[in-house]
Design a protein around this ligand. Structure first.
Ligand code: RB5
Length: 145
């Protein structure tokens, strides 16, 4: 499995932590930046990550900023993206099962490393349920037209 990973400066340390965590699980990580604590603009990171999904390099991604909010707002402006900000495992599971979310957004200033790992694990193991949810996801994607 391959995942794209990105953060602004507000999520840099959690991105680095999760990169190691994912790689230790045998998951290939495409690091879309940022690569330092220097201030940068989160919409640029969301775009870089979502471009990889649009190209088909990866099907899923994790983006981190201070709150997980800005990166999600920006990502959801990109075609084909269903980004969610989650701070609990139930929301993560439902976002995959019901919404077929393809981008998980996390807030480094909101959650700790342990919870972030748990949320990522829940994300990785949960499949889209399809069925009636497919119709609803299709309707979400029609809103892009
Ligand atoms: C950067 O200070 C901060 O605004 C950003 O990381 C994010 O939380 C925005 O939503």
């Amino acid at each position: 499995m391959k995942l794209a990973l990105g953060s602004d400066h507000g999520g840099f340390h959690l991105k680095e932590h999760l990169k190691t965590y994912l790689q230790a699980k045998g998951i290939e990580v495409l690091d879309c930046g940022t690569h330092s604590e220097d201030s940068c603009d989160y919409p640029d990171i969301s775009k870089a990550v979502c471009d990889e999904i649009a190209k088909g390099t990866v099907t899923q991604a994790i983006i981190i900023c201070g709150t997980g909010l800005g990166v999600a707002i920006a990502a959801n402006k990109c075609k084909g993206i269903r980004a969610v900000t989650c701070g609990d495992a139930f929301s993560v599971r439902m976002s995959r099962e019901h919404n077929d979310a393809n981008v998980l957004c996390l807030g480094e200033r909101v959650i700790g490393k342990g919870l972030a790992e748990l949320l990522v694990d829940e994300w990785l193991k949960t499949e889209f349920a399809g069925g009636r949810h497919q119709r609803r996801v299709d309707k979400i994607m029609e809103l892009e037209q």
